[in-house]
Design a protein around this ligand. Structure first.
Ligand SMILES: Cc1cc2nc3c(=O)[nH]c(=O)nc-3n(C[C@H](O)[C@H](O)[C@H](O)COP(=O)(O)OP(=O)(O)OC[C@H]3O[C@@H](n4cnc5c(N)ncnc54)[C@H](O)[C@@H]3O)c2cc1C
Length: 383
């Protein structure tokens, strides 16, 4: 069996690893360099504090892989479980967090609802008097997306996958209702399966086989700041829900800070969007961070900033399916594609080899859910 994967991001490489590990002949085609899409611009957050059971399942199946990553792949990815701390300024948001915690506990996630004075134990610089309550889970954390890409790249290569970088997939051919050929800048190959792991370009790849996917690239910005005092290395990913601003520790007391855009969140062309920060966004985001904790203020230096694309679907859940025999979509991961890549890679391999995936039941994730009125719901989306 021969499988071609379109995209050398975290989803494509994890899929390549899990397929090659099961002795499938795999070729990954990446038009740019490894991580040239969304993955190389991600924050690396890994959490199970979702409200949708299917998201929790993806997290719970992925976290053990992140936990044993160095042992499996020989690459240290800086995985730190310092938790995610969600903060509520209003009673309404606090009530929402309380409900989320109850739902998560039912799903086996060890999150807790905290008072502001308990929250400050996790984030010592927090202006606790601005908050009504918080939610915290100690098993959440983050890792370095670039290093994780290197790990899956190495694992896939060692398991026998071919990795072609700088090679664009230009067309796909379907015959008698089955995908049978992939055309790239390097030539044409016969294939048994094609995996669409093209991130923000996923809609273009689906169009090659006549599918119209409801995936939309939306721009998100991050900045690397030098807080004063330095952000403790064991501080959690701290998310002010009402103000839509978040930060987490990087190395040497630095922080990665992000938050909402004030531009109406339009769709962007993945080949033509601004990959640097907007100066107004940077000022506004740091001002909002300065209202959360003592680490940020007028003295905070900005080391660098960047923008990337979330590939969103209308219900913030991915599309994972085989809509045409031989054509698998693993797309639309919104802000969760990095953390969920290990489970996604396993599911892609199971869709191809076993028909019915065991790692996660992805039957609710087919694209036709949007026509069947079977959309899913996620109550904890971070911009
Ligand atoms: C600012 C920001 C912060 C984020 N933070 C987090 C986070 O904290 N946690 C988390 O889990 N997720 C986060 N995400 C989301 C995460 O980055 C994505 O969900 C994930 O990286 C998607 O991976 P992917 O492999 O599907 O796509 P990508 O990494 O975009 O890879 C797709 C690849 O396909 C290639 N490609 C496209 N078309 C073709 C073609 N025709 N031929 C060959 N190659 C092609 C592209 O060049 C690209 O490299 C964040 C995203 C952004 C932008």
């Amino acid at each position: 069996m021969r499988v071609a994967i379109v995209g050398g991001g975290i989803v494509g490489l994890a899929s390549a690893y899990y397929l090659a590990d099961r002795d499938v002949s795999v070729a990954v085609y990446e038009k740019d360099s490894i991580g040239g899409g969304s993955t190389g611009r991600a924050n690396g957050g890994i959490r199970a504090q979702f409200t949708s059971p299917i998201h929790v399942r993806f997290s719970r199946e992925s976290m053990p892989v992140w936990g044993s990553f160095e042992k499996t792949f020989g690459v240290e990815i800086g995985y730190r479980r310092t938790g995610y701390l969600f903060l509520a300024r209003t009673e309404g948001t606090a009530e929402h967090l309380r409900e989320n915690v109850a739902r998560q506990n039912d799903l086996g996630v060890p999150s807790d609802y905290l008072s502001p004075s308990e929250a400050i134990e996790h984030c010592p610089g927090l202006y606790a008097d601005r908050y009504v309550g918080a939610a915290y889970s100690p098993t959440d954390g983050f890792a370095d997306p670039h290093l994780a890409l290197q790990g899956f790249l190495r694992g896939a290569g060692e398991a026998g996958a071919e990795i072609h970088t700088g090679v664009e997939v230009t067309d796909l051919q379907v015959r008698d209702g089955r995908v049978e050929r992939i055309e790239t800048e390097d030539g044409v190959s016969e294939v048994d399966f094609v995996v669409n792991a093209a991130g923000p370009w996923a809609g273009e790849i689906a169009e090659m086989v006549g599918l119209d996917l409801p995936v939309s690239p939306r721009r998100r910005q991050l900045l690397l700041a030098e807080p004063e005092p330095p952000l403790p290395p064991d501080a959690p990913m701290t998310v002010d829900v009402d103000e839509s601003v978040h930060f987490r520790p990087e190395s040497d007391g630095a922080a990665i800070v992000g938050g909402r855009n004030a531009d109406g969140d339009p769709e962007h062309d993945p080949d033509r969007y601004r990959t640097s920060n907007d100066p107004d966004w940077t000022v506004d985001t740091l001002e909002r961070a300065a209202d959360v904790a003592t680490y940020f203020g007028p003295e905070t230096a900005v080391v660098r900033g960047w923008a990337g694309l979330y590939t969103v679907t209308p219900d913030h859940h991915p599309i994972v399916e085989e809509p045409i025999p031989g054509f698998v979509n693993a797309v639309g991961f919104s802000g969760h594609g990095f953390m969920h890549a290990p489970a996604t890679g396993q599911v892609v391999a199971e869709l191809i080899l076993d028909d019915t995936p065991e790692t996660v039941d992805v039957s609710p994730l087919s694209a036709d859910r949007f026509e069947r009125d079977a959309e899913l719901h996620e109550g904890t989306v971070i911009d």
